[in-house]
Design a protein around this ligand. Structure first.
Ligand code: ATR
Length: 266
């Protein structure tokens, strides 16, 4: 019997998780299949009940459910609780347990490039759901100073309160400087624009974008001349690797997953 996995979100049709996980299942000869389920906010509760009823093995959770899904789970592991977001659910004999692998994806994306976060000054743009895992990862990497800039200042304040980082108003972008800049807003995704000019990007050594469609966002294109860049697929890949381990208890073929992801965005 095939075991079923999937991603729940809205929108979800653009998700690259199905090709990533299905290629890994196939390569390892596992009887498992991964689909994409579009779940509207108002249907989240019944969708979670459906995971139990259909005995789905596990799901990835994406926009806009990463925070609201908490209420419907039987258990949430300690790290996901600290982050305040769940991106993975495992069905353990009918008990649904929430985890977060996004932050591990961020850490690994830096680690593979040989970039240490330790003692660094890090500027993070955006204070949405995705930003929380980024902030948690940067803190775990022992950065020295972490600044959060967000269009809606109240949300930056809330993040600052939850994680002990420094909130700054969006207008202060012009003054931003540091070692590493991480772009977590949805600006590049929606408009092909960069939230920061090249003048500002010049002041950093490393620039990471978590948006991966397009792969080379305007932010990364501008940064490339002056910074080492880290594209959004790195985080997606490595959060997926950790997720696969939770789903199956096995290590996935990382190189194959990487190859299919980059082919998809070509
Ligand atoms: P995600 O889960 O991907 O983080 P989100 O929670 O909707 O999605 O967050 C989107 C982020 O992009 C927020 O930080 C948002 O800023 P606000 O909190 O002010 O809404 C930011 N964002 C989106 N469009 C933006 C724009 N045009 N200018 C500045 N920030 C923008």
């Amino acid at each position: 019997m095939y075991k079923v996995f999937g991603v729940i979100g809205d929108p979800v049709s653009h998700s690259l998780s199905p090709v990533m996980h299905n290629s890994a299942f196939r390569e390892l000869g596992l009887k498992a299949v991964y689909g994409a389920f579009q779940v509207k906010k108002e249907n989240l509760k019944s969708a979670v009940e459906g995971i139990r009823a259909l005995n789905i093995g596990g799901v990835s959770v994406t926009i806009p459910h990463k925070e609201s899904i908490f209420h419907f789970l039987d258990e949430v592991d300690e790290v996901a609780q600290k982050i305040g977001a769940v991106n993975t659910i495992i069905n353990k004999e009918g008990k649904l347990i929430g985890y977060n692998t996004d932050w591990l994806g961020v850490l690994k994306a830096f680690e593979e490039k040989g970039v240490s976060l330790k003692e660094k000054r890090v500027v993070i743009l955006g204070a949405g759901g995705a930003s929380r895992a980024v902030v948690f990862a940067v803190k775990a990497g022992l950065a020295k100073e972490i600044y959060i800039l967000n269009r809606t200042f109240e949300k930056a304040l809330k993040l600052a309160e939850d994680f002990g980082v420094i909130p700054l108003p969006w207008e202060d972008l012009n003054k931003a400087e540091g070692d590493i800049i991480i772009q977590t807003t949805s600006i590049g995704l929606k408009s092909q624009e960069s939230p920061v000019s090249q003048e500002i990007l010049k002041r950093f050594k490393i620039a990471m974008d978590i948006v991966y469609l397009p792969l080379h966002t305007q932010f990364l294109k501008l940064a490339k001349e002056y910074c080492q860049i880290i594209d959004g697929l790195r985080m997606l890949l490595y959060q997926g690797v950790e997720q696969f381990k939770l789903f199956t208890g096995m290590s996935p073929p990382v190189k194959l997953m990487e190859k299919v992801l980059y082919e998809e965005v070509k």
